[in-house]
Design a protein around this ligand. Structure first.
Ligand SMILES: C[S@@+](CC[C@H](N)C(=O)[O-])C[C@H]1O[C@@H](n2cnc3c(N)ncnc32)[C@H](O)[C@@H]1O
Length: 327
């Protein structure tokens, strides 16, 4: 896994003061997503509303956007930013893994397009004060959705060493996981680990200095792993993808932007699975599985941000956009 999600956002945060808000690949998103100006679109990760705004601008405000986010605070900022589009946005403080329930509650059977811009927002990293950032000293929380039961504090202070190590390896591909886990458990004997800065410092000391990555903070992988675990991110993505395809009308598009290889692998495999017509073992005279191709992949290789966008918004550096069209 690359460290870019965190490192690029941290450098963006250091370069620009205050919460940075620049939607990633906004032009590419609308180009692929919008097939009908009067269409119904879902922005599954509303954030501060950047992609929703560009969909509405691109469709001359003829479309309707349903915006979902688990973070109520971010959602109220989005409401303010999108005030002038009143009537064209329906807000739902919901997990995108519940997209089916949200659409059913609105009596909407099919939509024209769905976009998901995965991960955390610059607002959450820079301004939410929930401990997402290793360059700030904040309570170790890391919940995007405050309704979740367990925080990063709970995981770090209550899991056994083996479990911590497993989480760091699985969601951070951190090869120093056992050493970091051991150091965490030792520290807990004197006092709990309460803040992001305490954890970042502890991780820095657990990894020998000569093995610190040259360009990223040594705690990058640990923070990413904890955030993924706290928010159950990968499971939510898997559940969302199938429900999203089910909710699309024929010809409707699913646009997904991912920021690290764990996310991108899920999206890529998912699209590949739905775009291959038959899963019978090779050599069978006739197809016995009966599987039909349900998605056309519109991006053979993922779309990346251009140099100019990356210069203006370092977070875009690690973004990969994949698009599927429902058959
Ligand atoms: C990268 S930001 C999106 C930024 C947005 N596209 C914009 O232009 O402002 C990701 C957002 O998705 C939200 N999010 C993450 N996982 C989610 C989930 N499972 N369901 C709903 N929202 C989620 C986060 O709270 C965050 O606000």
């Amino acid at each position: 896994m690359r460290d870019k999600d965190y490192s690029d956002m941290e450098s963006a945060a250091m370069e620009i003061e205050g919460p940075v808000h620049v939607p990633v690949m906004a032009c590419e998103v609308t180009k692929y997503l919008v097939t009908r100006p009067e269409g119904i679109y879902v922005d599954a990760t509303l954030g501060l509303g950047g992609h929703t705004k560009s969909i509405l601008e691109n469709t001359g405000c003829k479309s309707l956007v349903i915006g979902l986010d688990v973070d109520e605070e971010a959602m109220s900022l989005a409401r303010e930013a999108l005030l002038k589009y009143n009537g064209h946005v329906i807000y739902r403080n919901s997990n995108f893994s519940d997209i089916d329930k949200v659409l059913a509650s609105l009596d909407i059977r099919e939509v024209d397009g769905i976009v998901a811009d995965l991960g955390m927002s610059s607002y959450q990293l820079d301004a939410s004060e929930r401990g997402f950032s290793f360059i700030r000293d904040e309570p170790l929380d890391m919940r995007m959705d405050p309704r979740l039961r367990f925080t990063a504090y709970d995981l770090v202070n209550e899991m056994g060493a083996d479990e911590i190590s497993r989480v760091l390896r699985m969601y951070g591909e951190e090869k120093w996981a056992p050493k970091i886990a051991k150091r965490i458990v030792e520290r807990r004997k004197t006092s709990p680990i309460k803040t992001s800065a305490e954890l970042a410092e502890l991780v820095s000391h657990a990894i020998p200095a000569k093995f610190h990555p040259p360009k990223t903070h040594p705690a990058t992988r640990t923070f990413q792993a904890l955030r993924i675990a706290v928010n159950n991110e990968l499971e939510n993505i898997k559940e969302f993808l199938q429900k999203a395809v089910d909710a699309l009308k024929s010809g409707g598009r699913l646009v997904v932007i991912s920021f690290h290889s764990l996310e991108d692998r899920i999206v890529k495999n998912f699209f590949q699975g739905l775009s291959s017509p038959c899963v019978c073992p090779p050599g069978l005279p006739v197809c016995g599985c009966g599987k039909k191709k349900s998605i056309e992949i519109l991006t053979r290789s993922p779309i990346l941000a251009g140099e100019e966008e990356i210069l203006a918004n370092p977070r875009a550096r690690s973004a990969k956009m994949r698009v599927g069209e429902k058959i």
